[in-house]
Design a protein around this ligand. Sequence first.
Ligand code: GUN
Length: 283
Amino acid sequence: MVATRIDGKAFAAKLRDRIAGQVAALKDEHGITPGLAVVLVGEDPASQVYVASKGKQTKAAGMNSYEHRLPDDASQAELLALIGRLNADPAVHGILVQLPLPKHIDEAEVINAIAVKKDVDGFTTANTGRLATGQKAMVPCTPLGCLMLLRDQLGDLSGKDAVVIGRSNIVGKPMAALLLADSATVTVAHSRTKDLSDVVRRADIVVAAVGRPQMVKGDWIKPGATVIDVGINRTDSGLVGDVDYDGVAAVAGAVTPVPGGVGPMTIACLLANTLTACCRANG
Ligand code: GUN
């Protein structure tokens, strides 16, 4: 079997087009332009690339992009004061603080300072709690993008066996909550999981989010399974995912490539969340 290559790039482009259409209509009919503020602390090269890309795509969708760069030694108080100003600014509908933050910053305090209705990353404790308890929540962008690709590929996820590899707050935990909300049977595997390959082999759906280059091999995969690769690992041979694409594609039913799979979905979902936050703010 040769797996279907799930084209996240094309899916994300269509989603961005739909969002741009809605943004234009919002402007024409109500004179409102959604605004996204992105806060970057320090000089982390990967974060700089992500933030530049977010700004570019925000503007391309017709939204306002506000970029705030703070030096690596910015204090907790400075960062909290900036978030306070953005919370109070009616032109800002979404706030994203790029992670990771420098070591001296209390990340949880910073994230939870973001007004819940402007939390387009869905990282505040209020939004995570809402997601975990099945209430209306702002959903973290990467797992939301994965869920869209899974639903598009498989339709109803009810009763499917899903294994999420990785338990991060950004991907693994919210991914598990979303799959559970769609009535999948969910296992969260991580670095202490015993017999990981056996656990993965039971799954109809595999979401790999561990940050280990090409860790998931073809012989871990149940024939016909759908495999979503969240990994973005920079190696000497270029950008690779957490999945050994060629090995897995020989067994799986469908698999996302890296690049061109989950990556483009993350920013498209950020734009979708910003539009949602703007619509909610304006009734
Ligand atoms: N760093 C890596 N991924 C993300 C993300 O989705 N949001 C934020 N704020 N920081 C990140």
